[in-house]
Write a protein that binds this ligand. Structure first.
Ligand code: RP5
Length: 166
């Protein structure tokens, strides 16, 4: 069963949204990737959301740039959690998308991450799924431990370099 939907408004968003797919692969979570636009293919987008929810999908990550209405339109079409990723593109470099995605009207929430932060969107989706999945909770703890170990290793390397330079 597909748990996560990774949707984007254009193929120009793909290089960023692939970061979300990499996290899903890392945590062995089944996902579907889709290009569908809130403006250019509205009905197709809503049809996809309805199909995704019907077949048991649990969370949707939606990325879009410029007047980024995709995450909000998807959130309006279903009651599964939607995580929005503002994509840096166009004259305003993603600030437009950030404001469009984060400023949802009361009643229709979208959990918005930083500009181009598809990786954080994916980790948030994993945390949502982990609420009812002990394996994922364990994997998330290991992921955090590895990050902490990486920082310590980098600091050790820096301290060695500073000592050698004296
Ligand atoms: C948005 O407009 C897309 O999400 C994309 O970030 C941006 C530009 O789309 P393209 O003109 O590259 O297809 O709808």
């Amino acid at each position: 069963m597909v748990s996560v939907g990774i949707v984007m408004g254009s193929d120009s968003d793909l290089t960023i949204m692939e970061d979300a797919a990499k996290i899903m692969d890392q945590f062995s979570i089944s996902y579907e990737m889709k290009i569908s636009s809130a403006h250019r293919t509205l009905k197709r987008t809503v049809d996809w959301v309805e199909g995704f929810v019907q077949q048991g999908g649990k969370v949707i990550i939606a990325g879009a740039g410029m007047a980024a209405h995709l995450p909000g339109v998807i959130a309006g079409a279903c009651v599964v959690p939607v995580i929005g990723v503002p994509i840096k593109s166009g004259a305003l470099d993603g600030i437009d998308a950030l404001y469009a995605i984060v400023q949802m009207p009361p009643g229709i929430p979208v959990a918005t991450v930083g500009i181009n932060s598809a990786r954080n969107a994916a980790l948030l989706a994993v945390e949502m799924l982990a609420m009812a999945d002990a394996r994922l909770q364990e994997e998330l703890l290991k992921y955090r431990q590895k990050m902490a170990a990486d920082v310590e290793a980098k600091d050790n390397a820096l301290q060695d370099k500073l000592k050698a330079a004296k």
